[in-house]
Design a protein around this ligand. Structure first.
Ligand code: NAP
Length: 246
């Protein structure tokens, strides 16, 4: 089984670092034309040098900037593959969670997925084309995690967004799924779980005994986007070494 995207345009948000970068490189290797959206221009420049992708710089925490970036991505040609990967985590205990951190987390992790998905889906429906969307959720959507109030709330919301999108976009042959990784070894994973006092107890709950690599997540995303997953729709796919079934 070989995944081949045959020149389809694939938008990846948060493609500058970590999981998003890994996804962008993998989709390129599978023959997609990648449109990379991220916040830091230097990351986008480095990625463009490596895979020759289109780049769009935007701060997706800003609703107008997110809408403008999505419109630009769609205006450049039909987007048949979309990965809503951009996400942030601002670890705070429940009692210390600030309104600012909560709003920003929801804006990036959920609202930007809504904005990009609406733009892509409207263009696909108008052009009578099919497509596939994957939302980067987390195991944190399904369990509570200490010091992750806003993050867990955002990923729970993203799963629900995925389900409603699947219901409404399915009749248009636009497939929508989510992947739900465990701790993944990226700059975000390092920031939230780098302290062995935190990582040890989490690792002990993963039956496979390790955290995920970005490639573990990228492979799952590429599969869900591919025609090999043509009948898979509305699922939340754990990429968690068994954490959620333990
Ligand atoms: P990461 O290492 O922090 O990389 C995130 C990327 O998204 C960066 O390129 C970042 O750009 C970009 N981004 C963040 N905020 C943005 C904004 N406001 N506008 C535009 N781009 C923005 O994170 P990651 O670990 O790869 O996580 C990727 C996704 O996987 C997220 O949705 C995350 O919640 C999810 N996830 C991660 C883990 C984990 O343990 N790492 C586990 C489960 C799920 P800048 O660096 O320029 O801000």
């Amino acid at each position: 089984m070989q995944i081949q995207f045959n020149g389809q345009r694939a938008v990846v948000t948060g493609a500058g670092k970590g999981i998003g970068r890994e996804i962008a490189v993998l989709l390129h290797k599978c023959g997609a034309k990648v449109v990379a959206v991220s916040r830091t221009q230097a990351d986008l420049d480095a990625l463009r040098k490596e895979i020759g992708c289109e780049t769009i710089q935007a701060d997706l925490a800003d609703a107008s900037a997110a809408q403008a970036a999505a419109a630009k991505a769609v205006a450049g040609g039909p987007v048949t593959l979309l990965v809503n990967n951009a996400g942030i985590s601002i670890p705070q205990s429940f009692l210390a969670t600030t309104v600012e951190a909560f709003d920003k987390t929801l804006a990036v992790n959920v609202r930007s997925a809504l904005v990009f998905s609406q733009a892509v889906a409207k263009a696909l429906i108008a052009a009578k084309k099919t497509g596939a969307i994957v939302n980067l959720s987390s195991q944190a959507s399904m369990v509570g995690i200490v010091d992750h109030t806003a993050y867990c709330a955002s990923k729970g919301a993203l799963d629900q967004l995925t389900r409603t999108m699947a219901l409404e976009l399915g009749p248009h042959q636009i497939r929508v799924n989510a992947v739900n990784p465990t701790v993944t070894l990226t700059p975000m994973g390092e920031m939230a779980w780098g302290d062995p006092k935190k990582s040890g107890p989490m690792l002990a709950k993963i039956p496979l005994g390790r955290f995920a690599y970005p490639k573990d997540v990228a492979h799952a995303v590429a599969y869900l986007l591919s025609e090999q997953a043509d009948m898979i729709h509305g699922v939340m796919l754990p990429v968690d070494g068994g954490f959620l079934s333990a």
